[in-house]
Write a protein that binds this ligand. Structure first.
Ligand SMILES: *Cc1c(COP(=O)(O)O)cnc(C)c1O
Length: 376
């Protein structure tokens, strides 16, 4: 099987993990955790980084710290991975789902502006939904597939309507808008190190921010909110959302290779674009001029989606349709979905992601190309 996007353990992973095992520093604290956090902050251009047990738990903590309360709303894209919306429910809030741009597949900013203009009003310094008066304190853009929307415009819209921006940048490690790293625009950003992401720690995540107080609170909340390390005094409800040192050791080794992984992802998309552009009705995800994408997961748009998926998977070339839109999942079916001719569904029924692990061989990519072409 050629994996869709699998891990690449080509560097110092063995050495650093062995170091943890040899020294016994395997658990919830250790030098690798600190080092991984420092490397991430330096890479992302933020002052602070706090490691977490997953991208999902990073998002959960970010929402708690942006003071989202039960019965609030959080604006999120309808085209995203389910974790973005699940965490909104974890804090007792409901998502307001905004449809995607048909070319970039990011949240459509024209629609977002229409929604805010038509459906919301300011009350006591907060954006509120007109029809029920409930607060909308936060907007969560998701940098879908490592792509980024026009962030200057999004930040302007957010400021105008008093929305705090929390970035789900879990797919966008190594992506930039006007030279600024994904996750560094909002109050907080998040990364994921699940096995399919551009780097992996087996499982893990990170919160990045420029705000020292928030970084401290994030560390506190993710480590059981212990205020005294001798006597176990805990000053609020905390979480066990730590990244263990063994995972962080892998993370440090992966960070050392991140620049070369990003280069490889870019080679992979160049290869696929030159081999498949102009074949049938195939199009690739569009990236606006100001964005430098990490091209985490090359994804095609074509009316022959299902046939191509079958051809590829029959030959053990693991490929997947794009996510089912959030408004089609039963948990979010009754939530507000602001859309224009339901583009999310079009994206779902036309897009598919093709194998792109950083250690994929050129011969394997040739097989992917041949298989796609065979359908046409
Ligand atoms: C991977 C991912 C997450 C969750 O990260 P985990 O580490 O798997 O918890 C959240 N949002 C998006 C968009 C993702 O792709």
């Amino acid at each position: 099987m050629v994996l869709l996007s699998g891990p690449n353990m080509a560097g110092n992973e063995w050495k650093y993990v062995k170091d943890c095992l040899d020294t016994g520093w395997v658990s919830s604290v250790g030098a690798y955790v600190d080092q991984f956090e420092k490397m991430t902050a330096a890479f992302a251009g933020t002052k602070y980084a706090v490691a977490t047990s997953s991208g999902t738990t990073a998002l959960h903590i970010a929402l708690i710290l942006s003071d989202v309360r039960p019965n609030d709303y959080v604006i999120a894209p309808n085209v995203t991975f389910v974790a973005s919306c699940n965490v909104i429910r974890y804090v007792g809030a409901d998502p307001i789902l905004i449809d995607a741009d048909e070319h970039t597949w990011q949240m459509d900013l024209d629609l977002l502006e229409d929604f805010l203009h038509n459906e919301t009003e300011q009350k006591n310094g907060f954006c509120c939904l007109k029809k029920d008066g409930r607060r909308i304190p936060v907007i969560m853009p998701v940098h879908v597939l490592g792509n980024i929307c026009d962030m200057d415009r999004l930040m302007q819209i957010a400021n105008k309507h008093h929305l705090t921006v929390i970035e789900d940048s879990t797919e966008a490690l190594g992506s930039y808008y006007k030279g600024k790293h994904a996750g560094s625009f909002g109050l907080m950003g998040t990364f994921s190190y699940n096995g399919n992401k551009i780097i992996t720690t087996g499982g893990g995540g990170m919160i990045v921010t420029d705000d020292e107080a928030l970084a401290k609170k994030a560390k506190h909340l993710t480590t059981q909110a212990k205020s005294d390390s001798f006597e176990y005094i805990h000053d609020e409800i905390g979480y066990n959302y730590r990244l263990v040192n063994v995972s962080a050791a892998m993370g440090v080794a992966q960070m050392e290779q991140l620049p070369s992984f990003i280069e490889r992802k870019k080679e992979i998309i160049r290869f696929y674009k030159s081999a498949l552009s102009g074949i049938g009705d195939i199009e690739f995800q569009k990236v606006i001029e100001d964005v430098n994408s990490n091209w985490w997961l090359p994804t095609l748009k074509t009316s022959r989606q299902r046939e191509i998926l079958k051809a590829l998977n029959d030959q053990k070339l693991q490929s997947r349709p794009f996510w089912i839109p959030m408004n089609q999942l039963k948990m979010f079916r009754d939530d507000l979905y602001y859309h224009k001719d339901n583009r999310s569904d079009y994206i779902y029924t036309h897009c598919l992601s093709i194998p792109c692990s950083t250690n994929i061989t050129n011969e394997e990519m040739e097989r992917v190309v041949d298989s796609v072409k065979s359908v046409f």
